[in-house]
Write a protein that binds this ligand. Structure first.
Ligand code: DAH
Length: 334
């Protein structure tokens, strides 16, 4: 009896290993382990084994049965692996890859940059970690001037700081070229502002600078008017009101007629009909002389505004913090 069991075991092992498809394996299983299979047949024969041999034969029977069951499982797992090709259904729809999209701030910035490239400006860049000279001194800030308050930023050392405005790049750009200068400077800025719906410690500005002979305040107004209309449509226009910046004289606050109520007055513009977006002015002769330009020969203007502010107006977004939240439910809307 034990010989028969061993004989069956080796036959079964050979058959299991030879089965090369799931279907063939199933046939082998039925033949050996099935209800009417060979193992069952042997089990029937055990009835005639003498009583004293029964425990030994029974033990061997169980060992062979377990061994074959384990082998079956192993072969089933091996054949179920996809490399057999039989299980690969090429007509199944694929898993769509997750496609990213442009962040609304980048998209707004790209559009703004596009408008100024069309007007003949080129893009300049400068460091976000700046030194005090470019950050303030060269921009004509007197040391204890109240205008410094707005520019409270993060200091790395006493004279190294994170730039609080892109105006710092004006100086770096002018140091490197002679007029005419016609640049825009998009970039990240930092301020020690308390974070709320309209302020963040990290934000973006876009600066413009034009220096040449015979450049006037009228050119500045006309350029910003064209910009407003390109970005928000023909009804939009730019408004100037007197302001102060150490690096421009005269200086103006730059506002656009409200893009929601077209100047009628609404909640977004607090009834004023205008939305303040930045500052501008004629480059102060001190700044021009500071970089070695002849301020009798050359004049220029500059402006700067917040990119977040414009993106919020463009899309009707009421909280600046959403831009940096990483919340896909927000980002996927644009
Ligand atoms: N940098 C100024 C700010 O952050 C805005 C600004 C004002 C930029 C006048 C200019 C300028 O270039 O000429 O408030």
């Amino acid at each position: 009896m034990i010989d028969q069991l061993l004989q069956l075991e080796s036959e079964a092992r050979a058959a299991f290993s030879a089965a090369s498809t799931e279907m063939a394996l199933e046939q082998v299983r039925v033949a050996f382990l099935g209800r009417n299979g060979k193992l069952r047949e042997l089990q029937e024969g055990m009835k005639s084994v003498p009583k004293e041999d029964k425990p030994a034969v029974g033990r061997e029977f169980n060992r062979v049965k377990k061994a074959l069951e384990a082998l079956l499982e192993e072969r089933q797992a091996a054949l179920a692996a996809p490399e057999t090709g039989a299980q690969l259904d090429v007509t199944m729809p694929g898993r769509a890859p997750r496609v990213g999209k442009q962040h609304p701030l980048s998209a707004t910035l790209e559009e703004i940059v596009g408008i100024f490239l069309g007007l003949g400006f080129t893009v300049a860049e400068g460091p976000e970690v700046e030194n005090y000279y470019y950050g303030f001194e060269a921009l004509n800030y007197p040391e204890y001037h109240p205008a410094m308050d707005e520019q409270m930023t993060f200091y790395v050392t006493e004279r190294t700081l994170l730039r609080s405005q892109t105006s710092t790049v004006q100086i770096r750009a002018m140091e490197q070229t002679q007029p005419p200068v016609r640049i825009i400077v998009p970039g990240r800025c930092y301020r020690r502002d308390t974070v709320d719906a309209t302020h963040c410690h990290t934000f973006h500005q876009l600066e413009g600078l034009l220096v040449d002979e015979d450049i006037t305040f009228a050119d500045l107004k006309g350029t910003l008017e064209v910009f407003a209309q390109e970005l928000f449509g023909q009804e939009c226009h730019a408004r100037f009101r007197p302001d102060f910046f150490p690096f421009t004289e005269p200086s103006a606050e730059l506002a656009l007629s409200c893009v929601f109520c077209h100047g009628q007055g609404c909640k977004v513009c607090s009834g004023s009909g205008y939305l303040e977006i930045g500052g501008c002015g004629m480059v102060d002769p001190n700044v021009l002389e500071g970089v070695g330009y002849d301020s009798e020969k050359y004049t220029g203007w500059a402006f700067g505004f917040g990119v977040e502010r414009l993106a919020m107006l463009r899309h009707g977004i009421d909280d600046i913090r959403l831009f940096y939240s990483g919340d896909m439910r927000f980002l996927e809307q644009f």
